[in-house]
Design a protein around this ligand. Sequence first.
Ligand SMILES: NS(=O)(=O)c1ccc(C(=O)N2CCc3cc(O)c(O)cc3[C@H]2c2ccccc2)cc1
Ligand SMILES: [Zn+2]
Length: 231
Amino acid sequence: RVMAAEWGYSPTNGPDVWARLFPQAGGARQSPVDICTSIASSDSNLEMKKLTFAYESQSDLRILNTGHGWKVEAPQSGSRLEGGPLGEDIYQLEQFHCHWGETSAEGSEHTVDGRAYAGELHLVHWNTTKYQSFAEAAQHPDGLAVLGVFFDVGNESNDEIEKIVSTLSEIKFKGQFTDIPDVIDPTTFLPSGLGYWTYLGSLTTPPCNECVIWIVYKEPITVTEEQVTYH
Ligand SMILES: NS(=O)(=O)c1ccc(C(=O)N2CCc3cc(O)c(O)cc3[C@H]2c2ccccc2)cc1
Ligand SMILES: [Zn+2]
């Protein structure tokens, strides 16, 4: 039996058996997906309603080792994500985290025409126009909006990501957390090219709630190998 606390990515506790314990994992709008660029349609009215975002800079953010990567708690009442596929609602940043692999050949959750990236950053927002809390929003189909940014491995390191991964030596084990002393501005995580794919999906980890409007940027950001593989 897969106990809730033991889900993972091995053959006995991975995505193929999640649906046994988390019914939504067997649903019709599950994430991640492979983005087939040839059938992705460009939606003219998305271009009209530009996706806009505004973040605050914060220091002393708490970073947690999730066992599958890191997660930074960043509730920002002053942040706003709106427009594009988000209708008239305002979404607020709650946390950001990454998914990565053991090598830079894999690690992203979404793939593009079958190609995986070295990793993927998720900026998680919730609908504050309609719901009173993150947990409540996660029970509704338009509750969360997650910006996905692919990591590409190159020679330049990303200074903002460095502020985060430089703290990982303090949180070597799942469940450990520490504070990031530096000032972090989430805006700097976004690529310069703001083209994106969007679809209605789910949390990519149990309980896999089908509550996420996904916005995956086409352009990856460059990080170094060290910044995107766990040691
Ligand atoms: N990868 S993702 O789809 O972007 C994602 C987004 C939010 C969350 C999230 O913030 N939470 C809260 C903490 C948590 C802890 C877990 O062990 C877990 O498997 C999932 C979560 C999800 C979560 C959100 C909403 C309801 C329940 C759980 C997780 C993943
Ligand atoms: Zn994620």
